[in-house]
Design a protein around this ligand. Structure first.
Ligand code: SF4
Length: 425
């Protein structure tokens, strides 16, 4: 059975959504009309499977289910927007649960990610999401990882219930400020989204605090303890990286958030933004790198270096940009630098900084090859380090690395896509 391709597996699973009282189980002839074109919807079909690293749980093979690609909203950037002509599908909660458990029992996945369009009222969609989780947790006693993307505008009791049953809960904010969100999603309201996020955050923080006080986690009611995520579409609005990271830093400061997702805008065919230029993927990468500095490297928000437009320079990663802007902090001597000083060196992460500090007393470090064995990215680090007072390279070497940075996009033809990279984040 494992020799089946992923497409074959997904087709078989969609077939299982049919009512087997009307024919052979899995036969596509039994599919209800709302699922007959499930495979015609391309990347927006209901089922996807991919591997994901989950903190504390290692690698989890996630089945990603789009409960419906129908939506009453008309966001300008979205392939699922109301006015766009495309095959629409909808899985009812019992169908979704049945498909997932079938895949789970066959060993094709170990966790679930649920996302959805918003056909009709958000409270009805929230009810459907809650029904999925109640069936999984309380009827079928599924104790594994479940990430649910809630929709903004749910009632407080719904958000509380959904958070109680989910391992992770997330919300798409799309833009860091309300006025720019209104330009691309006229029917959305950032205050409504933030209110939903704050309500979920209170529940997540409460669960985490209770666990810190000794409560044993209940796998059937994990309380969102894996932490929340939220997503931004980068470049669909004029918001700068500084505005995005400012919003993210503010959200992190009140706890309960695991990380932010940044999705570079892509123009989708047959949408009002079809002719808007796509955002370079490198900008998305730079945002993730800066976000990492804030979450893992002890950088303050005011230490991130932006260009005159408020964006992260694309030529170097944000840590190298910071290091080049602070020559007074370098070079750093490998034999004596503290963990914190090493962590500020481009090309040295928490793991390699720890190894250097722990091993330098007992291990001979005689050159870049030894540093490479300790996990140091020496191409970037060498201009910022000394060994026994001797430099490896000048910082000029690192500055020149930026010259081979982002490709000039001038002359690149406008491409359009059928799905946004953020659909399943
Ligand atoms: S972004 Fe969400 S709410 Fe907006 S059209 Fe797409 S699915 Fe609907």
């Amino acid at each position: 059975m494992d020799a089946m391709t992923l497409d074959q597996k997904l087709e078989l699973l969609i077939g299982l959504a049919g009512d087997d009282r009307d024919g052979a189980p899995g036969s596509t002839t039994t599919l209800p009309p709302r699922l007959r074109h499930a495979n015609d919807s391309g990347a927006l079909r209901p089922l996807n499977i991919r591997d994901l690293r989950v903190p504390g749980k290692g690698s989890v093979s996630l089945m990603r289910i789009l409960m419906t690609n129908a939506c009453s909203f008309n966001c300008h950037y979205c392939p699922m927007r109301r006015d766009r002509d495309m095959p629409r599908t909808l899985l009812k909660p019992p169908e979704l649960v049945r498909i997932f458990l079938e895949a789970y029992h066959r060993g094709w996945c170990s966790g679930l990610f649920i996302t959805t369009g918003i056909p009709g009222r958000p409270v009805k969609v929230m009810d459907d999401l809650i029904q999925v989780l109640e069936l999984l947790r309380e009827k079928h006693r599924f104790t594994g990882y479940v990430h649910v993307k809630m929709v903004p505008g749910g009632q407080p009791a719904q958000i509380e219930r959904l958070t109680a049953l989910a391992s992770r809960i997330s919300l798409n904010l799309e833009a860091p400020c309300g006025s720019s969100l209104a330009q691309i999603a006229p029917e959305k309201n950032l205050d409504t989204s933030l209110a939903s996020l704050e309500q979920a955050r209170r529940n997540v923080n409460r669960e985490r605090a209770e666990r810190r006080d000794g409560k044993i986690g209940d796998p059937l009611h994990p309380g969102g303890a894996s932490g929340m995520t939220m997503q931004f579409v980068v470049g669909a609005t004029p918001d700068s990286d500084q505005a995005l990271l400012g919003r993210v830093t503010d959200l992190y400061s009140r706890g309960g958030i695991h990380h932010a997702h940044f999705s570079a805008f892509r123009p989708i065919r047959d949408t009002p933004m079809e002719h808007t230029a796509e955002t370079p993927i490198l900008r998305e990468n730079r945002l993730y790198q800066a976000d990492y500095l804030l979450r893992q490297y002890g950088f303050g928000a005011d230490e991130v270096v932006y260009d005159e437009t408020g964006n992260l320079p694309l030529g170097n990663d944000p840590k190298t940009t910071w290091a080049l802007a602070h020559p007074e902090r370098f070079p750093v001597e490998i034999k004596t630098a503290s963990y914190e000083e090493l962590l500020r060196v481009p090309g040295i992460g928490p793991g390699s900084a720890r190894r250097i500090v722990n091993e330098r007393g007992a291990t001979v470090i005689s050159g870049l090859a030894d540093l490479r064995k300790m996990g140091v990215a020496t191409t970037r680090a060498s201009g910022f380090l000394t060994l026994n007072g001797r430099a490896f390279q000048s910082v000029r070497w690192t500055e020149q690395l930026g010259l081979w940075g982002p490709a000039e996009d001038a002359g690149t033809p406008q491409r359009t896509y059928s799905v946004s990279p953020g659909t399943f984040r």
